[in-house]
Design a protein around this ligand. Structure first.
Ligand SMILES: Nc1ncnc2c1ncn2[C@@H]1O[C@H](COP(=O)(O)OP(=O)(O)OP(=O)(O)O)[C@@H](O)[C@H]1O
Ligand SMILES: [Mg+2]
Length: 343
C-alpha cells in the first residue's frame, strides 16, 4: 500500500513548543487498585513513543487520562502544554484515540461513515466526500468503500477505525494495541500508516503486546509495571541496559565442537549450549570483554570458526528482565494467513 503523504501531513512544530506529553505524579485508583501509581512522562513531539508493560500495568488507564476520557485522582498531565482537566477541550482538539472518538455506525458503509464524520467535523459536503475518498485510498479500502462496516474483516475494520480517527489530522494519536489479532500483512499495512503519520508530523503513542512491533516502530519506550514507569529509553538503550547478549559460534569442523564448548565454558565462565546444528554453540554473555578472549583462545587451540556473532538481547528478553513477565506470544507469521474477507 502506498500512502499519499498529503493525506497525512501536519504543520511542523517550532522549537520551544511544549512537549507532546508531560505528566507529573499521575495517579488513578479504581477501588483499592492503584491502576496508575505516580507516572512521570516527558514525551517530545514527533515520532513514535512506545508504552510497554504486562497486562494490567496501567497503560490504557494512562492513555484514557491523557485523552481526557477519565480524570486523574492526583498529579498533573499536559498535552501540548494544555492541562487535561482544566483545558480538556484544547486537548481534545489536538488528539485522536482510535476506536474511541471515532465510533463507527456498523450499518453504514466505510465511505458513508467517513463522510458523516467529515461533516460532523466541519468539512463542507464536497470536501468531506474528497477526504473520504482520499482516506479509503490511503488505507487500501477503496474496493470496500460501499460495503457495510459490520461486514468488514478484522484487518479492514482496524484500518477503517484508523482512517476515521484521522479524518481531521491529529497532532497526537493514541494507538492502544492497534494490531492485536491482525495477521502479518494487515499489521504491515497498519505499520505503514503509522510511519506515514509520523512523517507527516503526528506524534504517536503506541501500546503493543508485540515487542517486535515496538522494536520496529518506537523511537523511545516507557516500560510500565504496576502503575509505574520502571524503565525508559530507545529500544537500543533498553537492550544495552539489560547487559546480556548472545554469543553464537559455528566451528569449522563439527568434530571439534565438544572441545570448543569446554574451552568457551572455561573462558566465559558461563554455560555454553549445543545447538541443533552439529557445529553450533551458543552462550549468554554479560559483556563483550570475555568474548574477545574466548575467541582468541579458540584460535590458539587451533579450533577454526565458520562463523561467530554477538547479538543484542531481544526486546522480549529486556521485558522479562525488567518486569519478570514473559511478553504475550507473537502473532502468527504464516504468510498465507489473511484477514481480508471477500470484497
Ligand atoms: N474501569 C475500571 N474499573 C476498575 N478497575 C479498572 C478499570 N480500568 C482498569 N482497571 C484496573 O486497573 C489496572 C490497570 O488496567 P489497564 O487497563 O490500564 O492496564 P493495561 O496496562 O492497559 O493492561 P492490558 O495490557 O491488559 O491492556 C488493572 O488492574 C485493571 O483491572
Ligand atoms: Mg490496555
Amino acid at each position: 500500500m502506498t500512502i499519499a503523504e498529503d493525506v497525512l501531513v501536519r504543520g511542523s512544530a517550532g522549537a520551544g513548543d511544549p512537549p507532546a506529553i508531560e505528566t507529573h505524579g499521575l495517579v488513578k485508583t479504581f477501588g483499592s487498585t492503584r491502576a496508575v501509581d505516580g507516572v512521570d512522562l516527558l514525551i517530545p513531539r514527533g515520532g513514535v513513543h512506545g508504552f510497554l508493560g504486562p497486562n494490567g500495568a496501567g497503560k490504557t488507564t494512562t492513555i484514557r487520562m491523557l485523552a481526557t476520557l477519565i480524570r486523574p485522582d492526583a498529579g498533573t498531565a499536559r498535552v501540548f502544554g494544555h492541562d487535561v482537566v482544566s483545558e480538556a477541550d484544547a486537548v481534545r482538539a489536538r488528539v485522536s484515540l482510535t476506536g474511541q472518538f471515532a465510533s463507527l455506525d456498523e450499518d453504514l458503509s466505510g465511505d458513508e461513515n467517513l463522510r458523516l464524520l467529515a461533516r460532523l467535523l466541519g468539512y463542507p459536503r464536497a470536501e468531506g466526500r474528497a477526504r473520504s475518498e482520499q482516506l479509503l485510498d490511503a488505507f487500501g479500502l477503496t474496493d470496500a468503500a460501499d460495503k457495510q462496516v459490520k461486514k468488514y474483516s478484522g484487518g479492514m475494520r482496524r484500518r477503517i477505525d484508523l482512517a476515521a480517527s484521522i479524518v481531521v489530522r491529529p497532532d497526537l494519536i493514541f494507538l492502544d494495541e492497534p494490531t492485536t489479532g491482525l495477521d502479518p500483512r494487515s499489521r504491515n499495512q497498519v505499520w505503514d500508516v503509522i510511519r506515514a503519520l509520523v512523517r507527516g508530523g503526528t506524534t504517536v503513542l503506541l501500546t503493543t503486546q508485540y515487542l517486535d512491533e515496538a522494536d520496529q516502530l518506537a523511537d523511545r519506550i516507557s516500560v510500565i509495571d504496576t502503575g509505574r514507569v520502571i524503565a525508559e529509553g530507545s529500544p537500543g538503550e533498553l537492550k544495552a541496559s539489560v547487559g546480556t547478549g548472545t554469543l553464537q559460534v559455528r566451528v569449522l569442523r563439527p568434530g571439534q565442537r565438544a572441545a570448543a564448548r569446554d574451552l568457551l565454558q572455561r573462558v566465559l565462565g558461563t554455560e555454553v549450549r549445543e545447538q541443533g546444528d552439529p557445529a553450533g554453540l551458543t552462550a549468554t554473555v554479560a559483556d563483550a570483554g570475555p568474548v574477545a578472549r574466548a575467541l582468541a583462545a579458540l584460535a590458539d587451540a587451533d579450533i577454526g570458526l565458520a562463523q561467530y556473532a554477538l547479538g543484542q538481547p531481544s526486546l522480549d528478553e529486556v521485558f522479562l528482565a525488567l518486569t519478570g513477565h514473559v511478553a504475550e506470544t507473537a502473532p502468527t507469521t504464516d504468510p498465507t494467513a489473511s484477514e481480508e474477507g471477500p470484497a
